[in-house]
Design a binder for this molecule. Structure first.
Ligand SMILES: [Ca+2]
Ligand SMILES: [Ca+2]
Ligand SMILES: [Ca+2]
Ligand SMILES: [Ca+2]
Length: 371
């Protein structure tokens, strides 16, 4: 379905350190009227600390440029960290504060990168986003995006080739009264979610002859996902609980049906519950190599505009084997949804109906699974 999102408004690399090693000049914009005058320096013990808040946003700030960190990530890196502040005096029309940092992936071997944002003083009222971009010929391409939920935001990007990348830390409205400190940590992704070959733990059963029995959610881009207007459809009741280190397999069939008005053909929803210690979920959707583009989403039950899959980034693509790693709450119900993207106007989706498998790997976030 969606291709990678090209972001506009990029600028040149920010200033690097002076020859004597001292910090680069600060190009902060003039303070806004009535803005609280915060000290721009951030001291947090990370490998790199934010230095020029007023100009480190190439997207929404005039003459803004990405803040160069000089950080390199390679196969010998243990971890790299960046810290900064969301500052209310940085607010613009789009959001409260956007901080963008560049770093380099080095070496001949592709890197599996896991970026985790922590904001110790965040409250549920804060709207915080984590972004990851690959820079291609000077243009930043969004390859990962995640919303801060409960106590972390995370995006995982595998197989990163050497080159320049950007991190983005964005605080949306409402603005706080005071700055909010955050840390971004880059580590090697250590997880694995192997496709299950054994018999499925649950097989789609309630779609009916017309493949509409379990649709439940419609997605018409760029609108947020919504309940279908079909009436009478409901998610498959799998009865399954997602327990850390216990992968499960769901199987289904994407039927040969026309669109009901949105961007998808057959849509299949499955109701599933997380265990008390499940706080991260990886999903691997597989199907035969043929002319069908399947996508997977994770929604709050009954509330599809609340899409937990916003972290999938590169997972939203037209390549086979969709992979998504999402932040989930413990002991909570979710709707897991598989849809066939409608490419019939381009004479596509010719391989329907198509059987698919969904391997679900639940984890406790931050706890290393056996590899
Ligand atoms: Ca900023
Ligand atoms: Ca900032
Ligand atoms: Ca189906
Ligand atoms: Ca269906």
């Amino acid at each position: 379905m969606l291709g990678l999102l090209a972001a506009a408004g990029c600028g040149d690399e920010g200033p690097t350190a002076n020859a004597d090693g001292s910090p680069p000049p600060v190009f902060d914009a003039a303070p806004r009227p009535d803005a609280t005058d915060y000290d721009g320096a951030v001291l947090c013990g990370a490998d790199y600390s934010e230095r020029r808040d007023g100009s480190n946003d190439p997207f929404e700030v005039a003459n803004g440029t990405v803040e160069g960190t000089s950080l390199t990530f390679s196969s010998v890196s243990v971890s790299r960290s960046v810290c900064g502040n969301f500052r209310p005096d940085q607010a613009n029309d789009a959001y409260v504060d956007g901080d963008f940092y560049s770093f380099v992936v080095a070496g001949d071997n592709p890197q599996d990168l896991r970026v985790v944002m922590s904001v110790p003083d965040a409250s549920p009222a804060d709207n915080i986003l984590l972004r990851l971009y690959r820079v291609d010929a000077g243009t930043p391409i969004l390859i990962g995006s995640a919303r801060y939920r409960r106590d972390y935001a995370m995006t995982v990007a595998r197989g990163l080739e050497q080159g320049q990348y950007w991190l983005g830390a964005v605080a949306e409205f409402p603005a706080r009264e005071t700055p909010l400190a955050y840390t971004l940590e880059l580590t090697h992704d250590y997880t694995e979610c192997a496709v299950i070959e054994e018999a499925p733990d649950y097989t789609e059963a309630d779609d009916g002859g017309g493949s509409r029995g379990n649709d439940t959610v419609a997605i018409a881009y760029p609108e947020a996902p919504q309940l279908t207007s079909l009436g009478g459809d409901s998610p498959e009741t799998t009865g399954l609980t997602l327990t850390p280190q216990t992968p499960l397999r769901l199987s289904g069939q994407s039927g040969l049906v026309a669109s009901a008005g949105d961007n998808y053909l057959d849509r299949d929803a499955f109701l599933i519950t997380t265990a008390a210690d499940t706080t991260e979920l990886e999903l691997v959707l597989t199907w035969a190599d043929a002319d069908v583009d399947l996508d997977v989403y994770v929604f709050a039950p009954g509330d599809p505009p609340l899409d937990h899959t916003d972290s999938q980034g590169v997972g939203i693509s037209d390549i086979d084997d969709e992979v998504a790693i999402v932040n989930v709450d413990p002991a909570s119900a979710y709707w897991i949804w598989v849809g066939a993207y409608d490419t019939t106007a381009q004479d596509g989706a010719t391989a329907l109906p198509m059987a698919y498998d969904l391997t679900l790997c639940p984890r406790t976030h931050g706890v290393s699974p056996t590899r």
